[in-house]
Ligand binder design. Structure first.
Ligand code: ADP
Ligand code: MG
Ligand code: MG
Length: 353
């Protein structure tokens, strides 16, 4: 019997397009001798649309095409309820939520899948939710004793009432350069680097367009070293990778559109640093109670200190993304990586570990 994978992609978030690219790549990589793919597309306005079963790679995830035709035919269900099949035959074995950002990577979809009692790839509710909120995540890392940059956070309504006080708080506690980020987003959306007051004011406005909560962090000059973690209770690490941004920082365009950001894999760090990095990544994994996978991102300062920047609970997953490439260099090719993730999902569900 083939394993029926429900591939959940698109999504109601700023990272919709990235998810589309990834879904296409997964349909191309998967072994159709072992798996069936059941595409489930989530439109930008939040409609859930089931596509036809795939027994061979999709040409493009003109899932988009099928979705619009399905919509016009009025045959598609349009809510998450389409996953709740009562018939044994139609029941999917595992869901692969290839979703980034809010309403996908943040525990909401994971919570629904828990309620439906469906195994799913990647992190559970708690890790997904905590990993999506940069303030909560950093608070948990601080509690676990992981080193990181100084940060402060603001809520929009507070800032609206006392803007000057907010800016002064940043200048007193953080200083310039600093990074202003929406608390709940990824792919560098809404993030600005500021070197003076007027940039700070602009950056607050920009970030608050995406979220009611923002984080302001001390800016560091450092190498960006990342590492992949895979597993449930027992986690394994990949070789490290390094990002070499060609611009001021690794922004959305550099990540997904230019395609010319340098990825160095394996990153050139010493053996001792690699050992330390693995320990830190596993500590972060445990602190957030992760399962399945994460990409743990660090800054390596000139002094040789690792500061954790973030973990991504559903990292970029095209074959050219850092996470799959780091695993490839560790000896796990893209199709095997997908299989490992599916197996981890089933194991977690069955053994509850
Ligand atoms: P996202 O979740 O959107 O990837 P990040 O926090 O990783 O957000 O920030 C995106 C990029 O911005 C990082 O990869 C890095 O290049 C730069 N950056 C973010 N925070 C800092 C910081 N505190 N100091 C220096 N560079 C930073
Ligand atoms: Mg992120
Ligand atoms: Mg990042």
């Amino acid at each position: 019997m083939k394993i029926k994978i429900g591939l959940l992609y698109g999504g109601k978030s700023a990272e919709h397009k990235v998810s589309m690219q990834t879904a296409l790549a997964v349909t191309k990589a998967i072994d159709y001798e072992k798996f069936e793919i059941h595409p489930i597309y989530i439109s930008e306005d939040g409609q859930w649309i089931k596509g036809p079963q795939l027994n061979s790679p999709a040409e493009n995830v003109a899932a988009l095409e099928f979705s619009s035709s399905a919509l016009s035919l009025g045959t598609a269900g349009s809510s998450p309820a389409i996953l709740n099949s009562n018939s044994e035959e139609e029941r999917l074995d595992v869901i692969f939520p290839l979703l980034h950002g809010p309403n996908g990577e943040d525990g909401t979809v994971q919570g629904m899948l828990e309620l439906l009692n469906l195994p799913y790839v990647g992190n559970g509710v708690l890790a997904s939710a905590a990993g999506m909120d940069k303030v909560i995540m950093k608070n948990i890392f601080a509690q676990a004793g992981l080193n990181q940059v100084d940060y402060v956070s603001f809520i929009r309504s507070e800032w609206e009432k006392q803007q000057e006080v907010s800016y002064q708080q940043v200048e007193t506690n953080i200083g310039y350069p600093c990074f202003v980020k929406p608390a709940n987003l990824g792919s560098s959306v809404g993030i600005s680097k500021c070197t003076n007051r007027s940039e700070l004011e602009e950056a607050f406005k920009e970030a608050f367009q995406f979220d009611r909560k923002i984080i302001v962090e001390q800016g560091v000059t450092a190498r960006e070293i990342e590492i992949g973690v895979l597993g449930n209770d027992e986690a394994e690490c990949s070789v490290p990778g390094e990002i070499v941004p060609k611009k001021a920082f690794y922004d959305y365009k550099a990540k997904y559109e230019d395609g010319d950001t340098g990825l160095i894999i394996p990153a050139e760090i010493s053996e001792a640093q690699y050992i330390e990095l693995q320990e830190l990544a596993k500590k972060a994994y445990k602190a957030l109670d992760c399962s399945g996978l994460v990409r743990a991102d660090f800054f390596l300062t000139a002094k040789g200190e690792f500061l954790i920047n973030e973990v991504n609970t559903m990292p970029g997953f095209t074959p050219f993304s850092m996470f799959p490439l780091m695993w490839k260099h560790t000896g796990v090719e893209y199709p095997q990586l997908i299989e490992r993730l599916v197996q981890l999902a089933i194991d977690r569900h069955e053994k509850k570990q």
